[in-house]
Design a protein around this ligand. Structure first.
Ligand code: GLC
Length: 655
């Protein structure tokens, strides 16, 4: 068969797996196959078109999708139809995310089900459970070294428990997100073990080199992700006298996507997870999927091709499934993961907004927002059917992604500013309220990333230790300020487990030999359910934070103007400490004002007018107390004045 005939062959292809289905169930698959054929074929032809049996291989992928579709439960197929009818379901302002480790939050998957009430009380509609597939024993990078993608980590339960949990969450309107570690497997994975046993087919699944010449050539241009505890990008395997590509730890082997079998295997794992009821798959470390000599081997066009093909094929089998890209790269390299040009709305639906997170911490340390306003202002708009995932803290470190250019535009020196931020959050800068630790000091670049829990970085740990009530109050305001920005920014904001009750750094990881080398465990605590008991007590930090976050979630859910599709424009507030952001769409206009200093700040009335927010403004965040008459904040009893923000106050203003 020649490639010229492939198009029509696939169009008319009737996968055997569908034969047993009633024709009413087969029809939607065929309709989607016709519609998606170009999106499936275009990227795959670029990646693998050279192989002689391309047409046959393409059919085998359609078979994988058809088998998954045929095996998909009636409930999930119904959900698919609903989501196709309401394609912006995940962009709704009521989407509030929560991220946790199963064991550290609840114990087992079954026990997570017992916590659904709690999540619901907080306003959660999306739950990201950190890596839960069977990892290698011992060190496993927090579960990011998977030994078996079709088993749940035995300590957490099994696949049936996962499916039951997904059902339970769905019944309460909560979507489930899990990780697919698609860039690498554990050295203990069956494919790697077969490779180590000398099986050539499986050695091809990885990047293997007979001597150092290949690795040395690549090392000239690739960076080191963990320069401290995992220097270099290649690991020697004496069993087979080969060097293997290991971007992260020596036990995490990078997969070789130039081999079609690696793509097929990952497609089938993706659909396997979708059929367990997973709604969103977080694709880990996608920037690294494709290697090209002479480049940094990140964000290569082929990496996008792989994601586009995965997305089109998953649409065929499970159109309700969303893909979330974990690519911690600068905006110009990040945006393509949400689809660009011909791939607009055809790659991942979700991507982490790392720059926003970094800018929040930068503004908080500096009490100035020029850098944040400039840097965020340069981020291009994203396709209509995609959304940012916004976050204050996650399980990883904070790397100071401040470019020289952005720093220069804000009158700063990039190198000096990054150094200042590391000093500040390591608690080494005079007057710093933060208590974090340096992660992965790189003596070659001088780079120092930061670990630490949100509450500790915001000053709560030190304040509690000193019993300093004023400092406690300020720390709480800082946490709510940061969350207030990510809740208004657009997309899915994530609450990182424990932030809602102010959990501070957890130092006990130092006693565990499998964890002690990696201080990211500082901000991966066990849930403190005793502290959670205090969540309705407004005299406690936990009570104030919980109520504050719940309030943000509740108000956001009632504001169509905060739909993810609404454009966002950072604008200059005429006050160097107040970040201003306009959300603007047919659904309404909102002006977000966020005061990053502990002192009261004013945004002048004329500036509000210039920004198109004239007349009487309503601060949606104060509606709850009802008596907020003087909405513009000037306390003169009418509504024609300046906006006066208390220290660390955030306002969501509507005309
Ligand atoms: C992602 C994860 C990080 C992990 C790395 C390697 O960046 O967020 O925790 O170490 O991938 O899997």
């Amino acid at each position: 068969m020649t490639d010229a005939t492939t198009d029509t062959t696939i169009d008319r292809y009737k996968p055997p797996a569908l034969r047993a289905l009633p024709s009413a169930e087969r029809a939607p698959f065929y309709a989607r196959l016709r519609a998606l054929r170009p999106d499936i074929e275009r990227p795959l032809r670029l990646l693998y078109g050279g192989r002689g049996d391309f047409a046959m291989w393409l059919r085998s992928l359609i078979d994988v999708a058809a088998q998954a579709y045929a095996a998909r439960s009636a409930d999930l197929r119904r959900l698919d139809l609903e989501r196709m009818a309401v394609p912006d379901w995940f962009q709704d302002p009521s989407m509030i995310g929560y991220v946790c480790y199963v064991d550290r939050f609840a114990g087992t998957l079954d026990e997570v089900r017992d916590k659904i009430d709690y999540l619901e009380e907080l306003g959660v509609r999306y739950l990201h459970l950190m890596p839960l597939l069977a990892p290698r024993a011992g060190q496993n990078d927090g579960g990011y070294a998977v030994a078996d993608y079709r088993q749940v980590a035995p300590a957490l339960g099994d696949m049936d428990d996962l499916a039951r949990l997904a059902d339970g969450l769905r019944a309460r309107g909560i979507s489930l997100c899990v990780d697919l570690v698609c860039n690498h497997t554990a050295r203990e994975h069956e494919w790697a073990q077969r490779a180590l046993a000398g099986q050539k087919d499986y050695q091809d699944y990885y990047h293997m080199f007979a001597d150092r010449s290949g690795p040395d050539a690549y090392e000239r241009t690739v960076r080191e992700v963990f320069p401290d505890f995992a220097p270099g990008n290649f690991t020697y395997q004496p069993e087979i006298d080969r060097w293997v590509w290991t971007t992260f730890h020596d036990y995490q082997w990078d997969l070789n996507y130039s081999k079609p079998a690696v793509f097929s295997e990952n497609l089938s794992i993706l659909l396997f997870l979708a059929n367990r009821g997973v709604d969103v798959v977080r694709l880990d470390a996608v920037a690294f999927l494709w290697k090209r000599l002479g480049t940094d081997c990140e964000n290569q066009p082929e990496a996008h091709g792989i994601l586009q093909a995965l997305r089109a094929l998953s649409r065929l089998a499970a159109p309700g499934l969303l893909l979330k890209a974990e690519a911690i790269v600068p905006p110009p390299q990040l945006l393509p993961y949400l689809g660009q040009g011909p791939a607009t709305n055809k790659e991942c639906e979700l991507a982490y907004h790392n720059l926003l997170m970094v800018m929040l911490w930068s503004s908080l340390a500096e009490r100035k927002v020029a850098l944040m306003t400039q840097a965020l202002g340069k981020v291009a708009r994203i396709p209509s059917r995609t959304a940012w995932v916004t976050y204050v803290r996650c399980h990883d470190d904070i790397g100071w992604a401040v470019t020289e250019e952005d720093a220069g535009d804000a009158g700063l020196n990039g190198h000096a500013h990054r150094g200042f931020l590391s000093d500040f959050y390591a608690g080494q800068f005079p007057g710093s309220f933060a208590r974090g630790e340096v992660f992965q000091f790189n003596p070659r670049t001088g780079d120092r990333r930061i670990s630490g829990a949100c509450a500790s970085l915001c000053g709560l740990e030190t304040a509690l230790e000193h019993g300093d009530h004023a400092a406690i109050a300020l720390a709480i305001r800082r946490i709510l300020l940061l969350y207030g920005v990510i809740f208004a920014f657009g997309g899915t904001p994530l609450i990182y487990m424990g932030d809602e009750v102010g959990l501070t750094n957890a130092y006990d990881y130092r006693q565990d030999p499998n964890l002690s080398a990696d201080n990211r465990w500082l901000h991966r605590p066990y849930m403190n359910w005793q502290q959670v008991e205090e969540r309705h007590d407004s005299d406690t930090a936990a009570g104030q934070l919980f109520a504050g976050l719940r309030h943000l979630a509740m108000v956001r859910g009632q504001m169509p103007a905060l739909h993810a599709e609404a454009e966002r424009h950072p604008v200059w507030s005429h006050n160097e400490s107040v970040f201003a952001l306009i959300r603007d769409s047919q659904r309404g206009r909102v002006l977000i004002l966020a005061n990053f200093s502990e002192l009261s700040q004013t945004v002048p009335r004329y500036r509000l007018d210039e920004l198109g927010f004239a007349g009487r403004l309503r601060n949606r965040l104060r509606d709850e107390v009802g008596a907020y008459g003087d909405n513009d904040g000037d306390n003169d009893g009418d509504n024609d004045g300046d906006a006066v923000l208390d220290g660390y106050e955030i306002m969501w203003l509507e005309s």
